[in-house]
Design a protein around this ligand. Structure first.
Ligand SMILES: Cc1cc2nc3c(=O)[nH]c(=O)nc-3n(C[C@H](O)[C@H](O)[C@H](O)COP(=O)(O)OP(=O)(O)OC[C@H]3O[C@@H](n4cnc5c(N)ncnc54)[C@H](O)[C@@H]3O)c2cc1C
Length: 587
């Protein structure tokens, strides 16, 4: 069984109990973390938000200037080693910066392409010469980067790319093809381009805009993110020197997919920051706006919405910081590229979970933000309308949510078969347990005890569904997309529910806030348990039938015997905290 440097493995939470003291939460941020948050938030509020109209008019000179300012403030290189011009901080710092950027979605996209999609592949796969040549410029913001994977006929099916790289006698390559939807396309200096050598070997190349044969097309007319450049990249026998092959020939998939793992994780940070901002907007509007002689915040229907927005954000934020802490504990402050790469692979399941959960959470929050604003939410005078349009693409790029959902159980099953996660043994043990007459959980008198037991029950349910799927379909599991997608939702709810409970139990969630943390955790777990039970029933009924199905459903009923809590009262506790702070009540 492979373990990471500190013994923490991606996905291991599905089969193991986790001690709250080992989990990183936003309440545990250091002084250094808080300072970087302050710098990033001041930059966004002071320099980016006032510039949004000009960015939406496609003032790319201004976009470049803002990227440069990010470099000066150390935000582009937060987690880049100092030797390469970065600040050498941890992944928690990268989350903090991502959250701040998420408060201005168009610029966040520009920033995300620069850091996640251009700097990361160079850090993980660049030779010393390539790193020395390109990283200082990218990290200082003097150079703008972009990532060119998608084509008109190959988006999700990225390896189906048609762009061709033809080797020349002098060792260089001629690249021909057209890439689509390239973020920063209008003003990037450097493109990470994926092409097939001899039409066969998928490979990454570092392509400068100034190389002969490189040009970009017109800006796309998008639903949102009008302040972010998106263009095609046209390569007409573009000559790329041999020294600009990134990674190995034929190993472009390694570059492409690992970069996306990190991009997904950072995208979730941006969703988290954007959601927090929108919750504050909704809370302020609801407290200022009066109908029937009263502020909107006095109406239960609106209080329910505000509480639910905050609770869903609490879940994503809890998973996000927990995952950042896991990656940091694996890296142990190292920036060594092979270890960084290993950490991206190790926590790929969590990255996909975060991408799906973060992008769907923010769409929910922004939809409710529009609703709380009423007619004002539908007009451009208020930011709610722009946020709503800007966020929709989060479910599409960095791998669509369907593709990411398919990856989650797919990766778990692969690790189970390889033996790196003890899923098969845990599923077998569960089967034996369920056949034992009088099987019952022992009860202890601990805080959030009922929720801990519910999370344990949800884990068992996830194992039952995943184990049954693996047993039923074996190597053909990949063809059963409906089952995989349902399993992904169950697994996501398990990670989220456990993360909120561990956070609410943590030392940081103390003082007068403890009851609000507990209320959010209890509500989330209660609702997640309901979702998991329904999803498990339909997944099992799709896989087995007759007596086997009846036995499994009986076992499921026994496992998921969860007493509902009073979520009306709990949401009121959260809503009161939102009203008191006129904003997101945690962190
Ligand atoms: C604003 C914006 C910025 C972007 N920036 C970049 C960038 O910087 N660099 C870059 O390379 N790309 C970028 N993209 C492209 C983006 O990554 C793709 O749009 C995305 O990967 C989806 O590909 P597609 O659009 O071809 O959709 P398709 O792959 O055609 O998918 C259409 C639908 O079918 C589903 N689907 C596809 N295959 C399967 C399958 N096997 N099983 C089940 N369902 C499936 C999808 O989930 C989706 O719902 C950007 C896109 C946008 C809109």
């Amino acid at each position: 069984m492979t373990t990471t440097a500190t013994g923490v493995r991606g996905g291991s939470w599905l089969t193991e109990d986790v001690d709250p003291q080992t989990v990183f939460t936003p309440e545990r941020l250091s002084e250094e973390h808080r300072l970087i948050a302050q710098t990033a938030n001041e930059f966004i509020e002071g320099e980016v938000q006032p510039a949004i109209e000009r960015l939406e008019q496609k003032d790319w000179a201004l976009a470049r200037k803002l990227v440069r300012r990010c470099g000066e403030l150390g935000l582009l290189g937060a987690d880049v080693p100092e030797a390469l011009g970065g600040v050498g901080l941890d992944k928690v710092s990268a989350v903090i910066v991502g959250e701040a950027m998420g408060r201005s979605a168009s610029f966040a996209t520009t920033f995300g392409a620069q850091t996640g999609l251009a700097i990361t592949p160079l850090l993980c796969f660049g030779t010393d010469e390539q790193q020395q040549k390109y990283l200082p410029g990218l990290v200082s913001g003097e150079m703008v980067g972009a990532y060119a994977l998608s084509e008109s006929a190959s988006g999700s099916d990225a390896l189906g790319a048609r762009t061709r790289a033809t080797p020349q006698t002098d060792g260089s390559y001629l690249l021909t093809g057209e890439k689509m939807w390239i973020t920063n396309g209008g003003f990037a200096d450097l493109f990470i381009v994926f092409a097939k050598v001899d039409g066969e070997h998928f490979t990454a190349f570092l392509v400068e805009r100034s190389f002969p044969g490189v040009s970009t097309g017109k800006e796309e007319h998008k639903m949102g993110l009008h302040g972010s450049s998106t263009t095609p990249l046209i390569l007409q026998e573009a000559r790329v020197p041999a020294a600009n092959v990134l990674g190995d020939i034929g190993k472009g998939h390694k570059v492409a997919f690992n970069v996306l793992n990190y991009g997904r994780f950072k995208l979730a940070a941006m969703c988290s920051g954007g959601a927090r901002l929108a919750i504050a907007e909704a809370a302020r509007y609801a407290s200022d706006r009066r109908q029937f002689g009263q502020p909107l915040t006095t109406f239960g229907a609106i209080r329910h919405k505000l509480a639910e927005m905050a609770i869903r954000q609490y879940a994503v934020e809890s998973m996000l910081y927990r995952t950042a802490g896991l990656i940091d504990s694996m890296l142990q402050c190292s920036h060594e590229s092979s270890l960084v790469l290993a950490s991206l692979e190790e926590f790929a399941i969590e990255a996909s979970i975060l991408k799906v959960a973060g992008s769907e959470m923010i769409d929910f929050v922004l939809d409710e933000n529009v609703q709380i604003h009423g007619g004002n939410g539908f007009v451009r005078d208020y930011p709610a309308e722009r946020h709503y349009r800007d966020a929709r693409v989060n479910r599409i790029f960095e791998g669509t949510n369907e593709i990411n959902r398919l990856l989650i159980p797919g990766m778990l099953a692969k690790r189970a078969v390889k033996g790196t996660l003890p899923i098969i043994a845990a599923a077998r043990q569960l089967q034996d347990e369920l056949l034992t007459p009088g099987f019952a959980e022992t009860l202890a008198d601990r805080p959030l005890e009922a929720e801990r037991r519910t999370v344990a029950a949800m884990k068992k349910t996830a194992l039952m569904v995943l184990g049954t799927a693996m047993q039923t379909y074996g190597a053909n599991l990949g063809d059963q997309q409906e089952v995989l997608i349902t399993t992904a939702d169950i697994v996501t709810d398990v990670y989220a529910a456990e993360s909120v409970v561990l956070r609410a139990l943590g030392d940081g969630a103390g003082g007068s806030d403890r009851s609000v943390h507990a209320a959010a955790a209890q509500t989330f777990v209660n609702d997640a348990a309901g979702r998991v039970e329904i999803a498990a029933r339909s997944a099992l009924a799709g896989m087995v039938e007759g007596d086997t199905l009846r036995t499994m459903l009986a076992a499921l009923r026994r496992i998921m015997k969860v007493t509902p809590v009073n979520t009306v009262a709990l949401r009121r506790t959260v809503a009161d905290a939102i009203a008191a702070r006129k904003g997101y009540p945690f962190a």
